[in-house]
Design a protein around this ligand. Structure first.
Ligand SMILES: [Zn+2]
Ligand SMILES: [Zn+2]
Length: 137
């Protein structure tokens, strides 16, 4: 089943298309995602970077994690929507913010990562894998 993932930011200045299935889908509860999204976690659909066609470049904000690896979060510089996530240590994949998809209901998270910093008001699905720190990738 080849899923067509498309959409982008709220104003349309940043648009992406991807015609392959996600590598993995997860919810990241790290403090940096909480800050960037202004919410409990980031719902991320990870896809092969080579399969994504972007129209309009997100602006990237880089954060260096404790482990010394950088994470760059891409957002639209016009409307501020969080759209993409790039990981230094996994240069071949791109994270798409599930809420930026045309159909966010396709998001089926396989795991919660950085569950140790999940907020008490965040209700995680007890049936999916929990990783206190980063994903085991
Ligand atoms: Zn926009
Ligand atoms: Zn995170």
């Amino acid at each position: 089943m080849a899923t067509k993932l498309s959409r982008g930011c709220a104003c349309g200045a940043v648009h992406y298309e991807c015609n392959v299935d996600p590598v993995i889908m997860l919810n990241c509860h790290c403090r940096d995602c909480q800050r960037a999204n202004g919410s409990a976690y980031a719902a991320i659909v990870v896809v092969p970077k080579a399969a994504v066609q972007m129209r309009g470049e997100p602006r990237y904000h880089k954060v260096v994690e404790k482990a010394g690896k950088a994470v760059e979060r891409g957002f639209c510089s016009t409307c501020g929507s969080q759209v993409t996530v790039k990981l230094d240590r996994l240069p071949d994949v791109l994270g798409l913010q599930a809420g930026s998809l045309d159909d966010p209901s396709i998001h089926r998270p396989a795991m919660d990562v950085f569950a140790s910093s999940a907020q008490p008001w965040d209700h995680m699905d007890p049936k999916i894998q929990k990783h206190p720190q980063g994903p085991p990738l």
